[in-house]
Design a protein around this ligand. Structure first.
Ligand code: CA
Length: 233
């Protein structure tokens, strides 16, 4: 899940960024409304955390332009003052929820999870594909009951696959949603990474789950992929 923070107070922005990264989200930060809007045109975000008082372009103007451009990305507004007028205007402009500063990080996290759930199917605590399961709260991953130890990044990648089973995920999409675009999607780093992840989840299993679709990307499913599978990278 990739999140954009638009917040001009550097300390608050890095506090939120760090907290979200610890929760395995991919995070970008913009420090003014123009940069924020630019990044939403450039990247596909799953959620935007948007401050109202911002330099260059204020949060509500940015939000209005985002919606005019047809982007339905959930937006959580941060308001400095507990002003009813701000909240009403924010909701009018198409915000999905708001949070008044100062706030506890746990509350931000709870609001954000609720927004990410909304629109998607009601989210169970456990994601399951065949006999592979991923617990979204404890971050535990199991295959046939056997626990699999993953690094934080491997967990993020696997979560993304498990949210989109039976769908071919391109390298570009993975790079965008999990590495916040830091990886060149043509580099073989992603292939190497997937190879290691596959070793962990498919090793010793009679049915392979993580398949490579040559020249396209990867798919997580318990049947053979539509296009002949290729050997590991
Ligand atoms: Ca501000």
């Amino acid at each position: 899940m990739r999140i954009l923070i638009v917040e001009d107070e550097p300390e608050l922005a890095s506090f939120i960024r760090q907290g979200l990264q610890e929760e395995h989200y991919a995070v970008d930060v913009a420090y003014d409304g123009e940069e924020g809007l630019f990044l939403t045109q450039l990247n596909e975000y799953d959620l935007v955390i948007l401050d109202i008082l911002l330099p260059k372009k204020d949060g509500l103007t940015m939000l209005g332009e985002l919606r005019q451009a047809g982007r339905l990305t959930p937006v959580l507004l941060l308001t400095a003052k507990d002003s009813l007028e701000d909240k009403v205007r924010g909701l009018d402009y198409g915000a999905d929820d708001y949070l008044t500063k100062p706030f506890a990080f746990a509350e931000l996290l709870a609001r954000l999870r609720a927004l990410l759930r909304r629109g998607a199917q009601p989210e169970p605590r456990l994601l399951q594909v065949a006999n592979l399961s991923l617990d979204l709260i404890t971050h535990r991953v199991r295959r046939s009951g056997r626990e699999i130890n993953l690094t934080g990044k491997e967990y993020e990648v696997l979560e993304y696959f498990m949210r989109h089973p039976h769908r071919v995920i391109t390298r570009t999409e993975l790079s965008e949603h999990v590495w916040a675009g830091d990886f060149d999607s043509f580099s073989n780093l992603i292939d190497v990474f997937i190879y290691r992840l596959r070793q962990k989840i498919d090793k010793g299993a009679s049915v392979k789950l993580l398949h490579t679709i040559r020249g396209v990307g990867y798919v997580l499913q318990d049947e053979d992929p539509p296009i002949p599978d290729v050997p590991d990278v």
